[in-house]
Ligand binder design. Structure first.
Ligand code: ADP
Ligand code: GN1
Ligand code: MG
Length: 367
């Protein structure tokens, strides 16, 4: 066994999991954590687990993250008690062997967690048909719905001001000012794109401050590859990637679904002519979301279309900031990767702006 495999086996054996370690392979396309699918043999039957190293540069208090995840998954599970397939419908956190905590620390101080592997379901980086958009949105809406009565205390804010577009603008301004990697001149068009939209960036924050839009428990990373769709039925079976479940606005979740589920191409597509917001996906997404999110106030419904533009702009701003700062936050696989991602986001924003009237019409019709 290689050193890597030995190290991964040592971590795995720290958890109270049944099954003998066979191997672990890198898994998925997430930008933040290191994810592995662990293969084991359970008395001769192959059984998989999902093991992750939490990115503790980004999540400064991994224990606070895991505390949230345990509370959230227990609550979901309690509400689904007895339902068929319950263990595929919410993540199951496996405790550590020695102290029962929901994580294991390795010798160099990394934090690891282990989940049951959800079989016969998968995630998509680009949605292929409208039914998938509908199912994904309904699953995220149900998730918000089921968590509405999570008992106090308030969940930990695992990344403060996560979707605060004004703070993200401040970070961009600081990165432009510093221009530590001499990349500013190359992104003049992108800086201008943001400048033209600055005045709208505080809109939802202002409505929230005025008490018109409430805080709820939200997922905050409703990228389409964070929901697993059943291979056979196509149903949105399980919402995953729970690191950022915390207090937020429901609209941030809807906005991130619009960003990722309506996109006609991958988040890092370089041929921008392939990138646009697809109306049939938006229609299905809106239907799925409104079917599950029956708690939405009229003020929230009014902002569904705008939320897509805002969150897509915000994530574009974050990619741009990371590009200017030397690619320290999002995992990259090639030079200029974050800039490519920023450009697709801004192309999506333009496409949403152009189609805003049609999108408002869809919301009214589905309403
Ligand atoms: P990241 O924070 O890096 O995005 P995720 O938690 O989203 O990490 O996991 C990365 C990928 O691993 C997901 O997109 C999904 O395909 C897969 N995955 C995550 N959790 C599970 C699970 N419990 N069972 C099966 N696959 C999973
Ligand atoms: C990250 O973890 P992942 O890959 O699902 C990021 C999201 C961004 C997304 C962009 C904790 O999500 O906020 O929207 O990349 N997660 C964190 O693809 O920053
Ligand atoms: Mg993810």
């Amino acid at each position: 066994m290689s050193t890597d495999q030995n190290a991964l086996r040592d971590v795995f054996t720290g958890f109270y999991a049944w099954g003998d370690f066979v191997s672990a392979e890198p898994y998925g396309t997430g930008h933040i954590n290191d994810t592995y699918r662990v293969q084991t043999s359970l008395a001769g039957t192959p059984v998989h687990y999902l093991m992750q190293r939490i990115n503790h540069d980004i999540f400064k208090q991994p224990d606070g993250v895991m505390d949230n995840i345990v509370r959230v998954t227990h609550h979901l599970r309690a509400k689904m008690a007895g339902a068929p397939d319950a263990s595929r419908r919410a993540l199951t956190v496996i405790p550590a062997r020695v102290d029962g905590r929901p994580w294991v620390r390795d010798r160099i101080g990394n934090w690891w967690r282990l989940y049951l592997f959800i079989e016969r379901a998968r995630t998509y980086d680009v949605i292929e048909d409208a039914r998938q958009a509908f199912e994904a949105a309904r699953a995220f809406a149900r998730f918000q719905n089921l968590l509405a009565d999570l008992p106090a205390p308030r969940l930990n804010e695992t990344i403060p001001a996560f979707h605060n577009t004004l703070s993200r603008l401040d970070a961009l301004d600081a990165a432009i000012q510093a221009d530590a990697f001499g990349r500013k001149a190359e992104v003049a068009a992108e800086i201008e794109f943001v400048k033209e939209r600055r005045s709208r960036c505080g809109h939802l924050l202002e409505r929230h401050a005025r008490g018109e839009i409430p805080e709820r428990i939200t997922h905050n990373d409703t990228k389409i590859n964070n929901v697993m769709l059943d291979d056979e039925t196509g149903e949105g079976v399980c919402v995953i990637d729970l690191d950022t479940v915390m207090p937020g606005l429901a609209l941030y979740d809807f906005g991130d679904m619009v960003r990722t589920a309506t996109a006609s191409a991958l988040e890092d597509e370089r041929d921008l002519s392939k990138v646009s917001c697809r109306m049939e996906m938006f229609e299905a997404l809106t239907r799925g979301y409104l079917e599950g999110a029956n708690f939405l106030l009229p003020a929230e419904r009014e902002e569904l279309v705008f939320s897509g533009q805002l969150i897509t702009l915000t994530i574009g701003i974050r990619f741009l900031t990371d590009y200017l700062s030397g690619d320290v936050y999002f995992r990259t696989h090639r030079p200029g990767h974050n800039l490519d991602r920023c450009r697709t986001q801004f192309k999506m924003v333009s496409s949403m702006e152009e189609q805003a009237a049609a999108m408002e019409e869809i919301v009214r019709a589905v309403g």
